[in-house]
Design a protein around this ligand. Structure first.
Ligand code: TRP
Ligand code: SF4
Length: 349
């Protein structure tokens, strides 16, 4: 049976030990925020201690929607790399690299493009959704349509068995699985079918109570200073019914409390919950506790950031060595693929 992968949420700590290889990527769209950390990076960091991980900055994917605005690409790549390493992604444990540094991705993408029916790509929900959502940009492009084919190449290139992703990426992974099955049908079973590793994403509201997202301008960034974090939290929306200090509040409808659910331990959270309902604590006090807990993560991150952010030689070295490691696997995969397809490896050989 080759049905859909079981979309049950697997937390990293519940993973079976026979999992071998992990691959994932993120588009370099600028600074990471707390939502990105909770949704992806936290999981990646946990995985790197137990598996062989390949993590890359998907700069070619960024072109599919930003081909007109390439001016900030290099800065965005650098910022993302700094965010990753300061959060704890460790180049000694994982291969950390830039997608376009491993040009083999382009070759595999081309080969997969030969066997991917256009109808599969047209029915990809992201293709339609994004065209409607993203205004002022013409996304009726071949590259944008082929986005999932490139993503398939990214994954199969490392013969990964698991791909940690958010639920929004499930259709892409399903397509990758369909493409690999078609490849097997045509040329033989030579690459494993990857499975999604769904990140359990807690509800992470932004400062205005909507989902934390760059496009809403409601983010706390990983690189924010302690002062900026406090300024943002201080003015963050709370239970709208709680107007005065003496009014009791309701944590169930308060986005600040949703952040406590992620950053604050349970006993403290219980105290805050009852303090809020009885008007025993005020919102500023409540936000002060939150700030302290957020700072446990961000303070540590800031320290590492200050050590690496201006060390261009170090950052270059991380990407160079990451690409070397990735390339050596990529070359092996391409040799396998060309062989299965009976293509020349080079010249007449
Ligand atoms: N499409 C992913 C996103 O937008 C990024 C991505 C590109 C990716 N290639 C990948 C994720 C391969 C996992 C595996 O977030
Ligand atoms: Fe929200 Fe905390 Fe204020 Fe209660 S005390 S309304 S949980 S910010």
């Amino acid at each position: 049976m080759t049905g859909k992968p079981d979309p049950t949420v697997m937390t990293a700590s519940a993973l079976p030990s026979e999992i071998g290889r992990i691959v994932s990527g993120i588009q370099p769209s600028g600074k990471l925020h707390l939502g990105n950390y909770m949704g992806a990076l936290r999981n990646w960091i946990e995985l790197q201690d137990r598996y062989e991980c390949f993590y890359f900055i998907a700069d070619w994917h960024a072109l599919s929607t930003n081909y007109e605005h390439t001016g900030s690409l290099r800065t965005n790549i650098r910022e993302m790399l700094i965010d990753w390493i300061s959060l704890g992604l460790d180049p000694a444990k994982s291969a950390i690299f830039l997608q376009s540094d491993v040009r083999e991705h382009a070759e595999l993408y081309l080969l997969f493009g030969m066997i991917t029916p256009v109808s599969w790509l047209l029915r990809n929900p992201t293709y339609k959704d994004q065209q409607e959502q993203i205004e002022n940009r013409d996304l009726a492009m071949y590259g944008f349509l082929g986005y999932p084919v490139l993503q398939t190449a990214d994954i199969l290139m490392y013969r990964a068995d698991h791909v940690p992703i958010g639920a929004d990426q499930l259709p892409h992974l399903e397509l990758a699985r369909e493409i690999v099955r078609r490849f097997h049908h045509l040329y033989g079973p030579v690459i494993p079918e990857p499975l999604p590793l769904l990140t359990r994403t807690p509800k992470l509201p932004g400062l205005d109570g909507r989902k934390m997202s760059k496009s809403y301008g409601n983010c706390i960034f990983i690189s924010d200073s302690a002062e900026v974090v406090w300024d943002k939290l201080r003015t963050m929306v709370t239970d709208p019914q709680r107007v005065r200090r003496k009014d009791p509040g309701n944590p169930d409808v308060c986005p600040v409390f949703d952040l406590h659910k992620v950053f604050t331990d349970e006993p403290t959270r219980k105290l805050i919950d009852s303090g809020c309902r009885s008007a025993g604590i005020g919102c500023i006090e409540c936000k002060g506790y939150l700030k302290e807990n957020v700072e446990v993560l961000l303070g540590e991150t800031r320290k590492r950031r200050s050590e690496i952010e201006s060390d261009s030689a170090f950052l270059e070295k991380v990407l160079r060595e990451g690409a070397q490691k990735a390339r050596s696997e990529a070359k092996k995969t391409l040799a396998i693929v060309r062989d299965a397809m009976k293509l020349p490896q080079e010249g007449l050989s």
